[in-house]
Design a protein around this ligand. Structure first.
Ligand code: IPM
Ligand code: MN
Length: 363
């Protein structure tokens, strides 16, 4: 196979973790005889420094033509005082929106050897295997108006949470379809006791559910879900929610796995062509750019490497290769290879690149 992948290292630890994932991709290419054409594209603060904007329109076009995109992370204190419309995060939001990536899949699985790494009791986190499906191109992240101004009484600001039925429908349907390939349970998260957007969300979920009689559905209010995620995470299979709820609850869910550095994500849009089963996709770890850790080899590239596995599976259709990457990560961890964030006290952690090499050597 000859595929084109755009690589966006971004800021902070982004370049280190993507380099580690690319070492794994190299190993996949030689083991399975594939050619991957890589194009590096700047995003976030990196793009601001190089081009003056967090994502150039011509770079968005390059992304649109690729088979898939692998991204590190964006943001950092040096760009904090830039006008809001030009902040590093805007580049990522423009990329998600520009490619129509409406569904963000964030799987949370606990490696048996890491159950004790979580601050939550290991009997609670052992065996957890859930996926959060986060709506990614709507809601309060994109609603208008959004601004801060001042009137005679002082400063005020507004953000707008808005959803159209089609936006809810497509992501909810994707969650039900995903549940069918798993344990056939969907939990839909909302705040329908307070928010209109949530009442619309729940209405639509209830309309779609009868199309999937084999899938069990439960509605959970977002505050209750914040609690249940750490009390009984093993009860959940697929959890679907709007954009900002998903941003918040997936940082919380990362604590179940032991470290935020472990969690991958896939952002998917509409299916490419008919019946190919492949979707245009952006793959990135869920953690941020961790500026204070940058350049020290301390970052855990697991989330990025597992994102690469999702890329191989969902955008390139390379199931066997994806499984090989997942297994190589598991085996490295099972053999005690640990980055700084998940190392036991008194043991010596390996660097970001050494972890990448340890995974690559197991492909
Ligand atoms: C994430 C990040 C982004 C988000 C930021 C960097 C814009 O926190 O992917 O979870 O809020 O979506
Ligand atoms: Mn986030």
């Amino acid at each position: 196979m000859n595929s084109s992948i755009v690589v966006m290292p971004g800021d902070g630890v982004g370049p280190e973790i993507t380099a580690a994932a690319l070492a794994v991709l190299d190993a996949v290419a030689s083991r399975y005889g594939h050619t991957f054409r890589l194009t590096e594209v700047a995003i976030g603060g990196d793009a601001i420094d190089k081009h003056g904007v967090p994502l150039r329109p011509e770079d968005l076009r390059v992304c649109r033509k690729a088979d898939a995109i692998l991204l590190g992370a964006v943001g950092g204190p040096q760009w904090d005082n830039i006008e809001v419309g030009l902040r590093p995060e805007r580049g990522l939001l423009a990329l998600r929106k520009g490619l129509g990536l409406f569904a963000n899949l964030r799987p949370v699985a606990v490696h048996p050897d890491l159950a004790s790494t979580s601050p939550i009791k290991s009997e609670i986190v052992s065996g957890v295997d859930l996926v959060v499906v986060r709506e990614l191109t709507g809601g309060i992240y994109f609603g208008k108006p959004t601004r801060q101004w001042a009137d005679s009484r002082g400063r005020l600001a507004v953000d707008t949470m808005k959803y159209r039925e089609q936006e809810v429908e497509r992501v909810v349907r994707l969650a039900f379809e995903l549940a069918r390939t798993r344990r056939k349970q969907v939990a839909s998260v909302d705040k329908s006791n307070v928010l209109s957007t949530s009442r619309l969300w729940r209405e639509i979920v209830n309309e779609i559910a009868p199309e999937f009689p084999d899938v069990t559905l439960e509605h959970v209010l977002v505050d209750a879900m914040a609690m249940r995620l750490v009390r009984q995470p093993g009860r959940f299979d697929v959890i679907v929610m709007e954009n900002m709820f998903g941003d918040i609850l997936t940082d919380e869910a990362s604590v179940i796995a032991g470290s935020i550095g472990l969690l991958p994500s896939a952002s998917l849009g509409a299916q490419k062509g008919s019946g190919s089963g492949r979707r245009i996709g952006l793959y990135e770890p869920i953690h941020g750019s961790a500026p204070s850790m940058a350049g020290q080899g301390k970052a855990n590239p697991t989330g990025t490497i597992l994102s690469l596995a999702m890329l191989l599976r969902s955008s390139l259709g390379l199931t066997e290769e994806a499984e090989a990457v997942d297994k190589a990560v598991s085996s490295a961890i099972a053999n005690g290879v640990r980055t700084y964030d998940i190392s036991e006290p008194g043991t010596s952690p390996v660097s970001t690149s050494d972890f990448g090499a340890a995974v690559a050597s197991r492909i």
